[in-house]
Design a protein around this ligand. Sequence first.
Ligand code: WT7
Length: 651
Amino acid sequence: MADSTPQSQETLSNLLHETRSFPPPADFAANANVKADAYEHAAADRLAFWEEQAGRLQWERTWDTVLDWQAPYAKWFVGGKLNASVNCVDRHVDAGNGERAAIQWEGEPGDSRTITYAELRDEVSRAANVLTELGVGKGDRVAIYMPMIPETVVAMLACARIGAVHMVVFGGFSVDALGQRLDDSQAKLVITADGGYRRGKPSSLKPAVDEAVAGRPAVENVLVVRRTGQEVDWTERDVWWHETVGGASSEHTPEAHDAEDPLFIMYTSGTTARPKGILHTTGGYLTQTSYTHWSVFDLKPETDVYWCAADIGWITGHSYIVYGPLSNGGTVVMYEGTPDTPHKGRFWEIVQKYGVTIAYMAPTAIRTFMKWGEEIPAEYDLSSLRVLGSVGEPINPEAYVWYRQNIGGGNVPVVDTWWQTETGAIMVSPLPGVTSAKPGAAMGPIPGIDADVVDDEGNPVPDGEGGFIVVREPWPAMLRGIWGDDQRYKDTYWSRFPGLYFPGDGAKKDEDGDMWLLGRVDDVMLVSGHNLSTTEVESALVSHPEVAEAAVVGAADKVTGQAIVGFVILRGGGESVPDELLQELRNHVGASLGPIAKPARILAVPELPKTRSGKIMRRLLRDIAENRDIGDTSTLTDASIMDVIAKQLPK
Ligand code: WT7
């Protein structure tokens, strides 16, 4: 691949010079759920180790075989039967913990709700009964397009209970994105809300659903939660949540599902414009999310208050707001809104109010808080915190140290957790009671995971060298494929290095053999921890009548990790391009893909740099976008193009 610079040279050399490391506090280490022997124990017999972890769950029928591996397809806990919703809800009630808070929910306007495990069981049961009445059965797909409210969790667990496959679409996505996912998954029910609160006012969801389902007869019903009370259009396919779920019976006898029955589909961006429907199944996924949530965060369900600030519309929300924490019987804080509404101390106010002990968030949020200043968190009592986590993109050492110091009071373990939508659960991370963590390093594979850094040929690199991260052995929460596209599954993950899973990230091993993740090596951008494909944004740009051609890159950005910069060739060319048009193009992308995909900058250029095989040299555009000297142009069809582009740029 010509275009595979994982990260700017500057960042890489910063990382190479990072020598700090923070051992776990002695009392933490002494009381930790997982001790150092876990690595050896897991390595001695990996399958026995995962079998032991599966034993953390309640099974209706025990598996016959731990792993059936027909590369690249894995089946875990074959023959086993269980119900994910029973594992996340009923069994905690049955164990006498019905009065424990499952969800501590905080609405953006300041309203709040505590939902105990007993209440959650009743609500999930009611919703399951309603789904069945609406004709949703085992294997049917249900789209969930919701704000961050407890009903979102209830809807997911109700699907899991009856064996329907949920497909959550992030509420910030547009009509088109929702429509594309409805087409691909052929969902027959959409669960949504009138809207939710964001940035101090109600934002709507139902109109997008109305538009998306209008030409899609596969969707038979739309189940609508009333959250904001705003006016909504109504058709005969629409059903109110409070009128149906509200009055339904809370008796529901769950059936056990096969360990390999699909649990959910989560779409993620690939290197083409079409998102990939990542398929996860039941037994293995729940085993690894449960184990990692307990081990990586050192969860003590009786006493901890755990908060993950991600949205449920992303895999982080699925695995570490819903399935991991609830399968462990933990108390989960859930927040509806934005971190600066109504003030920039909102997150820390939440930590103080609920006595949060474990917090998990993205580097982009941490960098934003850094920018706002340490005097803001300093106004709150954050002494309840005992573990901090980071996820979504590489965390730069400065942000890591700031987080540890200003949020963690300088004495809590910070775990930098590497994983993906596809891996389903954490793969590489320090263990808070074991690892002396280095700021910015995910350190090493967790017990039971066989990941490594390899060179171009797939051979392990020696300590001190860089390459690509791969996973050598199948793991319980691994994706079971791409919905409806087996070929793409093989091509995307299993063709780069024969026999190895290739996640698409660059990585290095330092002199101690510890692992540092260096960002994507493909055309996927990471904007505020969200995975977006360059092609997706390019397609949105060229769908505008004024745009002839477009190239998009993720340029390093202090706050968002990467910022989207678009280069467009306009139809009819023209010397001076009005700012209004460039603004209109940005809005056009925002409207077609959702606000997070809106480019930070768009530059009109006369030509784009291409290789002889016609591949756009995004590396060179990234050089421009990051104000660097332009690198090697030898594979370009015409090197003078770069001069022409550079001349065109605003000085
Ligand atoms: C990509 C996956 C994991 C859930 C949220 C994102 C990047 C994720 C880290 C980390 C360095 C990270 C990778 C990965 N990534 N966590 N701790 N350090 N990079 O899920 O949208 O599927 O994105 O996020 O590049 O491939 P996703």
